[in-house]
Design a binder for this molecule. Sequence first.
Ligand code: FO1
Length: 315
Amino acid sequence: MKVVALAGGVGGAKLVQGLAGTLPPDSLSVVVNTGDDFEHLGLRICPDLDTVVYTLAGLADPQRGWGRADESWNFLQALGSLGGPTWFRIGDRDLAMHVERTHRMRAGQRLSRVTADLCRTLGVSVRVLPMSDDPVSTMVLTEEGELSFQEYFVARRCTPRVQGFRFQGAQRARPAPGVLQAIETAALVVFCPSNPWVSLDPILAVSGMRQALVSKTVVAVSPIVGGRAIKGPAAKMFAELGVEPTALAVAEHYNCLLKAFVLDQEDRDQEREIAALGLQTLVAQTIMRSIEDRLALARAVIEFAQGLLVGEVSV
Ligand code: FO1
C-alpha cells in the first residue's frame, strides 16, 4: 500500500520513523513543512526537514528531538565570543548540514534535489519531499505584532499570545516535484501528530494541496492528548485562539479533509463526538516514548486504514 505522510517537526518525525519501519521503503513518501525555514548567518535552515531526515537516519538527538545526537557546541561558543547571535543553537555536526545545503542551493540546486541527495548519502531510503521548492514563511500574528516563526518559537519561546497565522508565499508556491504524484498514487494519506496550526496548515496552504487531498483516504493522528500537546505550543495556540485544546478540536480543524481520526486512549470519551463529525475513529496509544511505540502506532494506523479501504470498519 502506497502511503504519503504529512509531517512537521518532532512528533511528525516519530510517526514517520514508525511508518518507515512498517512499510517497504518505496511505499512511503513524506511531505515535510518548510514554513519554519529561514535564513540565519547566511545559511538556509530547514528545521523540520532536518528533524525528519536525522530521525530516519538514526542521527537525531533523542532528548531535544531536533538537531543531532552526540552534538558539540564549539562553533556556537566561538560565535558568541565574537559577539555573534547565539539565540538559535546550531551544533557543530548540524552546522555541516546547513553549510552543505546552502552551498548546493547557491550552485543552483533546488531544495527537493538537495534533500533527496542528502537522504541518499545518509542512507535514508524513504522519499522525503519538502512541501515546496518555493519559499513559504510562517508568520505568527501575536498581540505584540507579527513575528517570523523562529522569532516566535525560539527567540520568544512561544510566549506572545497568538491571534492567527499567515503563510507568506504559500498561494504562489507550487508543490515540490513528486508531491502531487505521490498523493495521487497513494492509497492512504496520514496527517502525522504535528502541530495543526504551524506544521500541517502551511503544507495545506501550498497551492493545489487541498484539491489533491479531497478525494483521498486521509487519516489524522491527534497531537493533543488529555488537553495537552505531546510537545510544543499546539495546546497553547488552540487556547489563545479561543478553542479548547482537545482531540475533538483537532478533528474539527481538519474535518472536511479527513475520512478517519486516531485519538489517544486517554481521550476515548471524545470518540463519540468525533465519530459524529462523520469520521471513522481509532483509539490507540499515541504517545511515542520508544521506537517500539512508534512502530506499534504506525502498525495500528496502517491496519486501521486497510480496514477502511476495504470498507470493513463500521461507524
Ligand atoms: N529549537 C529551539 O527551541 N531552540 C533552538 O535553539 C533550536 C535550534 C535549532 C537548530 C537547528 C534545527 O534544525 C532546529 C532547531 N530548533 C531549535 C528546533 C526548531 O526551530 C523547531 O523545532 C521547529 O522549527 C518546529 O518544528
